[in-house]
Design a protein around this ligand. Structure first.
Ligand code: NAD
Ligand code: UDP
Length: 323
C-alpha cells in the first residue's frame, strides 16, 4: 500500500506537545497519518517525551511560549491546545504563567484557528467544577470554585479559556471543541510533578513512606492515558461544540488508591498522612453519559492494568538511574 503524500496529510498543531498528554496525543496522530507541529516552551514538559520522534519527517518541534503571537506558515487543519501547567504543585509554583497560558495562550491559539480556518480543541479540566456540590459531575453543572484560593489560578484560567473558546465559536464561527479531562495517568508523567500517581508509585517502588493528604477519604476517578486520548480524538472529529467530560467513572478514595498501589508494587512502604491542601476537592467522578451517547466512547483499560504499565515506566526510570 502506498503512503499518503506528505502534502496531503492533515496538519495538526499540538500546544504543550512535549508534556504527558500532548506527547501521547502526538504519537496517536502520527500513527493516524497526521503531520504534527509541537509548540512547547518546556516549562513543565520534557523533550525526552518526544525524543523518539526526532527523525520523523512528519514531526516538528518548535520551542515557543504560546502566550506570545503564534506564527505558523501554510495550512493548519487541527489545533490541539494542551499547553498549561497541570499538576497542583506546578500551578502553585507558576501561578502567573498558568493564568497567562489559560487566558493569553488560549486567545493566541484561537486567533491562529480563526486565521487558518482550523478546528481547535481546548484541553479543559474537571477543576472547572471546583469542589463539586453535584455528584457525579455532568457537563451541565456550573461548579463550585474559589476564585481567590491557591487553585483559583488554574481553575479560573480554564474557565476563562472555555468562555473564550465559546466566544470565538459563537462570534467568529470558529469550529471548536472543549474536553473536560478528569484525572488521567500513565507513562511519561513527570516523577516529581507532585500528582498522586507518580508520588505514590515512586514512593512505593523505593519503599519510602507514601504520603496521603488529609484522612485520604477524598475521592478521585482515574483514567488511563490511551482511553483518554481515544476519547479526545473522537470529540475533535465530532460536530459537538459544547464541553464533554472524558474520564473514568470508577471512583475510589485516595487512601484505597494508596493501598492498591502498594499492593501492585509489592511494597513495604508505610502510609503516612500530611495536611490536606487548601480547596482540595472532596469528591470527583465524571458523568460520561454525553461521551457515551455522542462519541460511543467509554474507558476500556482496567485500573490494575493501567497502573501496572505505569509502574513499569517508573521502575525503568529508577533502574536506569534517571530517578
Ligand atoms: P504537562 O505539564 O505534562 O504538559 C503541559 C505542557 O504544556 C508541558 O509540556 C509544558 O511545557 C507546556 N506549556 C505550559 N505552558 C506553556 C506555554 N506558555 N507555552 C508553551 N507550552 C507550554 O501536563 P499534562 O498532564 O500533559 O496536561 C496537558 C493539558 O491537559 C493541560 O492543559 C491540563 O490542564 C489538561 N489536563 C490534564 C489532566 C491530567 O490528568 N493529566 C487533567 C485535566 C486537564
Ligand atoms: N494526594 C495525596 N498525596 C500526594 C499527592 C496527592 O494524598 O502525594 C491527594 C491530593 O490531596 C488529592 C488527590 O491525591 O486529594 C489527587 O491529587 P493530584 O495532585 O493528583 O490531583 P487533583 O485531583 O487534586 O488535581
Amino acid at each position: 500500500m502506498s503512503q499518503q503524500p506528505s502534502s496531503e496529510k492533515p496538519i495538526s498543531i499540538v500546544t504543550g506537545g512535549a508534556g504527558f498528554l500532548g506527547s501521547h496525543l502526538t504519537d496517536l496522530l502520527l500513527s493516524r497519518g497526521h503531520r504534527v507541529i509541537c509548540l512547547d516552551n518546556l516549562i513543565t514538559g520534557n523533550l525526552a517525551n518526544v525524543a523518539h520522534l526526532k527523525d520523523n519527517p512528519d514531526y516538528t518541534f518548535i520551542n515557543h511560549n504560546v502566550t506570545e503571537f503564534i506564527d505558523i506558515p501554510g495550512r493548519v487543519d487541527y489545533i490541539w491546545h494542551f499547553a498549561s501547567p497541570a499538576s497542583p504543585i506546578d500551578y502553585l509554583e507558576l501561578p502567573i504563567q498558568t493564568l497567562k497560558v489559560g487566558a493569553l495562550g488560549t486567545h493566541k491559539a484561537l486567533g491562529l484557528a480563526r486565521a487558518k480556518k482550523a478546528r481547535l480543541i481546548l484541553a479543559s479540566t474537571s477543576e472547572c467544577y471546583g469542589d463539586p456540590l453535584v455528584h457525579p459531575q455532568p457537563e451541565t453543572y456550573w461548579g463550585n470554585v474559589n476564585p481567590i484560593g491557591p487553585r483559583g489560578v488554574y481553575d479560573e484560567a480554564k474557565r476563562f479559556a472555555e468562555a473564550m473558546t465559546m466566544a470565538y465559536h459563537r462570534y467568529h464561527g470558529v469550529e471548536t471543541r472543549i474536553v473536560r479531562i478528569f484525572n488521567t495517568y500513565g507513562p511519561r508523567m513527570r516523577p516529581k510533578d507532585g500528582r498522586v500517581v507518580p508520588a505514590f508509585i515512586t514512593s512505593a517502588l523505593k519503599n519510602e513512606p507514601i504520603t496521603v493528604f488529609g484522612d485520604g477519604k477524598q475521592t478521585r476517578s482515574f483514567c488511563y492515558v490511551s482511553d483518554l486520548i481515544e476519547g479526545i480524538t473522537r470529540l475533535m472529529m465530532s460536530d459537538f461544540a459544547e464541553p464533554v467530560n472524558i474520564g473514568n467513572p470508577r471512583e475510589m478514595t485516595v487512601l484505597d488508591f494508596a493501598v492498591e498501589i502498594k499492593r501492585l508494587c509489592a511494597s513495604d512502604s508505610k502510609i503516612v498522612h500530611k495536611p490536606l491542601p487548601v480547596d482540595d476537592p472532596k469528591i470527583r467522578q465524571p458523568n460520561i453519559t454525553r461521551a457515551r451517547e455522542l462519541l460511543k466512547w467509554e474507558p476500556k483499560v482496567d485500573l490494575a492494568d493501567g497502573l501496572n504499565k505505569t509502574i513499569e515506566y517508573f521502575r525503568g526510570l529508577i533502574t536506569s538511574g534517571k530517578l
